[in-house]
Design a protein around this ligand. Structure first.
Ligand code: 26V
Length: 817
């Protein structure tokens, strides 16, 4: 008998009818007048239905294979929009374009109706989303676990040149991608006290008494892999009050008090914290972290028990990846469950924990290393503090055994800092994990040699590196159709899941016809971006200028200020010599400043001020334009990055752990101007020193320069152009009505030692920009370098990265076909 045909989950014939049905039945709306948002939603529900069918098939294959699974725990995910990603990954693009057209819409316009899911701050959250895409594509049985915030990262508006924040109520009009699983609610406890008791066998045990409870509701977002055959799942928890509201309070006549406790519980998943000044000490943030961890571990253990084996096999079935220290309380929570609830012995439980967890560090900034006051942690999670203290006590015995009498070492390594009584979450994560990784080679070296050398000595082999990666599906295939079409026409479509195949483009860098096509694709993207900028800001930019782009969170270490100094210097040179032999440039800068980050907000104001002055100056009008792009986010990145020709990656060496924007730009054929920091180093090695503009101090030189007591004043005095640019900024040239506006920025530089070494790298940066100009004036040479950048980016695929995690950290095999 013939094998039954595989089910066709896509069913494109009925798509148009399905869309209309959803507009009517789910949205309860008229088909007329044809409102794009309604039709976007209708299409989204039609896609969702097909996706759910495929997901159910994937789940069945997981259970069949009984494979080990990985759980990626992250307080942040930054998926952006879903619609086009689903459509491209499921291979439904042609069908959807047709269906949209039949209904009188363009698919691209419908896609623009979707609000970004901005449930992350920046690199760390976006990395998590790239890894979800790659796990699904590479058939690694994995789940993402996070929080379904009602409000994602704030929306940025620019008002009179300043950043203003607006709440990002991203699900105000509902989200078709979020599937509420009301049937799997868990209770999460907080507060109360730890109570000792003796069990019937006479053993001393502990339980969590008089706790408050909050309900965690799982909400799933499905993640289809490329080709659509494998679908995985991101489970995000939403908080709900455990009772509608406290009936006891209500009966006593305290209606508002009763509502208050409901609000207190539901606050937990209300809003994502922007990585602001210290979140340390913010009780709500700690409750968010525990909420994620407690609900997730309950879910993992439920699934583990359902599949059969006992706890000794737990680490053979479960790998848990801690995305930074944010979910590290999981170490204490798993110990609590195993010891207090499953009644395992301490040593056995501890061995299970260590084999289960692995920790990724994403920053060496001292102000970003998380610590919690022991008092606060003990009040919110009383039993966990006891468990952490016991882990610490046993750990310090180990340290003492390795280094007898070295009390200083014990104090430095202690999980609970004896001086400040703060819990160092990174220490807990290192001690509780079997692997700790940095996110680029330099960063991993710095972790081992500078940040945690004594841990490295204690645990040889625990520290390792996995250089970050990005998904080529979203960041090339989907974001850059013009270039993708060209690439596929020449080397076939397999690069989308095997990015090393891009190397087949290398010989084409020598082919003038191919270079012409390459330039045409870039030009199309530049025109698309110009239309976008015009629509959003009313400002016209010229696609025949060099598009020089820096988009990322605003932070002093990322040195947007150095970029501004280059712009001001270029402006001065052009004013002095209008015929200067440099290509006309459009400098685009975008990024959000944390709401409480004074200096970053000032730098935004400086950029908008310089832009106003430069753009109003007829003397340089056709030679230089400066644009601040408001509200940088994933969907904006998808328009900006494919249009970029020059990618600015200019952090102070040693401070940017990896960067992932750097990879997205180079993949789309932008040339990098950058420092030897983070993954820039590996990008340079991949694309070749002659296809990238590297400048500035190395990480080692940065360290030595600071140690020698750097004097910015001397440097400025010796460099007339630098002195001029700083003087203009400091004297109010760009803000004549408020001449002192930028005094704090200059003070930082000139009076407080220029910690980020902007003045130290200024001259080298300008020289690198001279080299940029020279190459750009030779379009054939520039294009060849651009092709070589794309062609050599295979290594930076997140497919490679997750396969490395799977092999070296998770000990998981990808599933077969
Ligand atoms: C955290 C905080 C917390 C409070 C003070 C200011 C501040 C500044 C930065 C951070 C960074 C949090 C971790 C993070 O997002 N790291 C980024 O992770 C990316 C993915 O690994 C990596 O590419 C970036 O280089 C790294 O900055």
């Amino acid at each position: 008998m013939a094998k039954p045909a595989a089910p066709d989950f896509h069913q494109l014939e009925s798509l148009g009818e399905d869309i209309k049905r959803y507009v009517l039945s789910i949205l309860g709306n008229d088909l007329y007048p044809p409102d794009p948002f309604r039709y976007y939603s209708g299409l989204a529900y039609a896609i969702r239905e097909r996706l759910i069918r495929m997901w159910l098939a994937t789940q069945a294959s997981y259970y069949d294979s009984m494979s080990k699974r990985v759980y990626y725990l992250s307080m942040e995910f930054l998926p952006g929009r879903f619609l086009m990603n689903y459509i491209t990954n499921m291979g439904m693009e042609d069908g959807c374009r047709q269906a949209a057209a039949d209904l009188g819409f363009s698919l691209d316009d419908l896609a623009e109706e979707e609000r970004d899911a901005g449930l992350g701050n920046g690199g760390l959250g976006r990395l998590a989303s790239c890894y979800m895409d790659s796990m699904a594509t590479q058939r690694i049985p994995g789940y993402g676990y996070g929080i379904l915030y009602d409000y994602g990262l704030f929306h940025q508006r620019i008002v009179n040149g300043w950043q203003e924040e607006e709440a990002d109520n991203w699900r105000r009009h509902g989200s078709p991608w979020v599937i509420d699983r009301v049937e799997h609610l868990y209770e999460v406890k907080f507060y109360g006290r730890s109570e000792a008791y003796t069990d019937p066998q006479g053993v001393l045990r502990y339980r969590w008494a008089e706790a408050d409870t909050v309900m965690a509701m799982p909400c799933d977002i499905l993640i289809p892999g490329h080709g659509g055959k494998h679908v995985t799942n991101m489970r995000l928890w939403a908080a709900a009050s455990s009772t509608g509201f406290s009936l006891r309070d209500f009966n006593q006549g305290d209606f508002l008090g009763a509502m208050q406790s409901k609000i207190h519980s539901e606050n937990i998943s209300k809003v994502l914290y922007p990585n602001d000044e210290p979140i340390q000490g913010k009780e709500l943030r700690l409750r968010q972290q525990y909420f994620l961890v407690a609900a997730t571990l309950r879910d993992i253990i439920r699934r583990h028990k359902k599949s059969g084996p006992g706890f000794d096999e737990f680490p053979d079935q479960v790998a848990i990846q801690l995305n930074d220290t944010h979910p590290t309380i999981a170490v204490a929570e798993l110990m609590r469950i195993l010891v207090d609830e499953e009644f395992l012995g301490w040593d056995e439980a501890w061995a299970i924990c260590r084999r289960t967890f692995a920790y990724t560090n994403h920053t060496v900034l001292p102000e970003a290393l998380e610590t919690w006051p022991a008092d606060l942690l003990g009040r919110v999670l009383p039993r966990h503090l006891e468990i952490i203290a016991e882990i610490d006590r046993r750990f310090l015995l180990e340290v003492a055994a390795a280094h007898p009498g070295d009390q200083g070492r014990q104090n430095r390594l202690a999980i609970i800092d004896p001086a400040s009584r703060r819990v160092r979450m990174a220490h807990l994560a290192i001690v509780g994990s079997h692997k700790v990784n940095g996110v680029a080679r330099l960063h991993s070296d710095i972790l081992r040699e500078k940040v945690f050398p004594e841990f490295d000595a204690l645990y040889p082999g625990k520290f390792t590196n996995v250089t970050n990666g990005i998904t080529p599906r979203r960041w090339l295939l989907q974001a850059n159709p013009a270039l993708s079409r060209l690439i596929t026409a020449r080397i076939g479509p397999d690069w989308t899941t095997d990015l090393d195949r891009l190397a087949e483009l290398l010989p084409l860098a020598e082919d003038p016809d191919f270079r012409k096509d390459w330039r045409a694709a870039k030009r199309e993207n530049k025109k698309r971006l110009a239309r976008y900028v015009l629509r959003k800001s009313g400002m016209g930019i010229n696609p025949d200028t060099l598009f020089d782009v820096q988009v990322k969170r605003m932070h002093e270490y990322k040195r947007q200020f150095l970029n501004v100094l280059h712009v001001v210097t270029l402006y001065n040179r052009l004013r002095r010599d209008p015929h200067l032999a440099v290509p006309p440039r459009t400098v685009l800068i975008g990024g959000k400043a944390a709401p409480g980050y004074f200096m970053a907000k000032r730098i935004i104001r400086l950029i908008t001020a310089v832009a106003e002055t430069v753009n109003a100056d007829d003397a340089v009008r056709s030679r230089l334009r400066v644009v601040f792009l408001p509200n940088y986010c994933v969907s904006q990145a998808e328009k900006v990055i494919p249009a970029a020709e020059l990618s600015q990656q200019i952090s102070t060496a040693g401070m940017e752990a990896s960067g992932t924007g750097n990879m997205k730009f180079a993949l789309n054929g932008a040339l990098t101007i950058g420092t030897l920091d983070g993954a820039n180093i590996e990008i340079m090695e991949a694309v070749g020193r002659e296809n990238i503009f590297i400048f500035g101090l190395t990480a080692k030189e940065v360290e030595a320069t600071r140690a020698a007591g750097y004097d910015p004043g001397r440097r400025v005095a010796a460099d007339a152009e630098l002195a001029e640019a700083l003087d203009m900024i400091g004297r109010g040239y760009f803000t004549p009505s408020e001449p002192d506006l930028f005094a704090p920025i200059l003070d930082n530089l000139l009076r407080h030692g220029d910690y980020y070494l902007v003045t130290a790298d200024y001259r080298a940066c300008l020289e690198a920009q001279d080299a940029v100009n020279a190459l750009y004036l030779d379009p054939e040479a520039w294009t060849a370098a651009s092709i070589r950048n794309t062609a050599n980016m295979g290594f930076f695929s997140s497919d490679r990265a997750v396969l490395e995690y799977a092999k070296n950290i998770w000990n998981i095999e990808p599933l077969g076909e």
